[in-house]
Each structure stands twice: as C-alpha cells, then as structure tokens.
Design a protein around this ligand. Structure first.
Ligand code: MN
Length: 229
C-alpha cells in the first residue's frame, strides 16, 4: 500500500523497563472526576454520570520535554491525572471485567486553555479548542499491570516550580477506573492503544512561560515538563 501524501509516524509512549513501545490510538478524558475539583470549577460533585472529551493522539508529549507555551491562550492550566492504557479493546465491558482490558498506567497532564474552555462553556460551544490542541497531553512512560498491578489508592500530586499546587488521592475518584472503563465502553468501542485520562484532583491553576511541572502518582511514577521562556 502506498499513501497519497506524506504521513506522520505512529504516536508512541515508552514502556518502563522495556524496549517495547505502546502505540497510542485515541485519547479519552474524564471530566470532573474528583469532588474537590468539581467544586472548584463551580459544580455540585453529586455523582452524576461521567462525561468524556477527547484529544488527538499527536497531542502526546513525552516526559522530560521542554515545549513552547501554546498559542491561542492567556490562561494555560495544568491538570495532573492518572492515565489508563487500554491493552485489549471491547464494548459493553462489565465493571468486574474492566481491569482485564488495561495494559498499564501512566502519569499525564490534561493541559487546558482555561480561557478558551470558559468561553466555549458560556457560549454552549464544543470544548475542543480549550482541550484538544497541540502538545496538550504530556504523559510519562507506561508501567504495565504485570509490574504495578492496578493502583486504586495513593497520592497524586503536581508541583509547579517546586511548589505543590494539586494534591489528591486515587481513592477519591468519583468514578473509579473499572467504572470509567465500563461506562465509556457503552458509548464507544474501546480499542487496544486507547488512553483514558482519568480526571484531575483539586488545585488546577495557571502555567506560565519558564515554569517547570513535576507530577507524581504513587505506584505509577513521575512526569516532568518544562515550558520554554
Ligand atoms: Mn482533566
């Protein structure tokens, strides 16, 4: 087969302690999945059904990168999240079978143009340009389930220039990982290679040029990212 145009390479993430790469398919993100974050965004954290949005696979940025402050915003925000990497696809997955579909976990950032998202919300328009822009999905190397199991509790935090801004615990997820996979798989057929950004704890805030971000999820690992001056 020959393509009619030049086409970019498959987006991949490294797998920890392995020479193998994880091919990234689609990126799904869960909105407002920690109660304190729902409150800080002005919503009642009552257990309403989870909702999802997407980012393109090529929004992935590997840990350790230095990247440019994005265009089109004056209010870039960080959202530290645990990332679930799907190893086996499926539809209508039962919660008690959901973890069988997980390849592994990573530490990710759902970078957000908060001003653009806010304007979209106000106008009743789609969120994409606030969420699904270039380099908006930094992610660490993935740790396979065989190495770390399925983290369900433990600290998740983010530091900006050494100062802790976000802090929570995986046990505080409103919709836990099996429930999230089950719910999403009723809406779309999950495929091997899909990533799910599982939501962010409270403390989201602005990122400026020159800032260094360090994220951590207990049992999963660390992520670092620097914005160029
Ligand atoms: Mn998020």
């Amino acid at each position: 087969m020959e393509y009619a145009i030049e086409f970019g390479p498959q987006v991949v993430l490294p797998v920890a302690e392995s020479s193998k790469l994880f091919p990234v398919g689609r990126i799904y993100c869960v909105g407002r999945n920690y109660a304190e974050h729902a409150r800080e965004m002005g919503h009642d954290p009552e257990r309403e059904p989870p909702f999802f949005f997407m980012k393109p696979a090529d929004a992935i940025v590997p840990s350790g990168a230095t990247i440019a402050y994005p265009t089109g915003t004056k209010d870039l925000h960080h959202e530290i999240e645990m990332v679930v990497a799907i190893g086996k696809g499926g539809a209508n997955i039962a919660p008690d079978r959901a973890l069988e579909h997980v390849f592994g976990y990573g530490v990710g950032l759902d970078m957000t143009r908060r001003d653009v998202q806010g304007e979209a919300k106000k106008m009743g328009r789609p969120w994409e340009m606030g969420k699904a822009f270039d380099q908006s999905a930094p992610c660490s190397a993935l740790k396979p389930v065989a190495m770390i199991g399925h983290p369900a509790k433990g600290a998740i935090w983010l530091k900006v220039n050494g100062k802790t801004t976000q802090r929570g615990d995986l046990s505080e997820l409103i919709w836990n990982i099996p429930e999230t996979i089950a719910y999403l798989s009723k809406l779309i057929t999950l495929r091997a290679g899909d990533l799910i950004y599982s939501g962010t704890p409270a403390g989201v805030g602005p990122v400026n040029r020159g800032d260094r971000l360090e994220g951590h999820v207990d049992g999963v690992g660390d992520l670092s990212l620097t914005y160029a001056n």
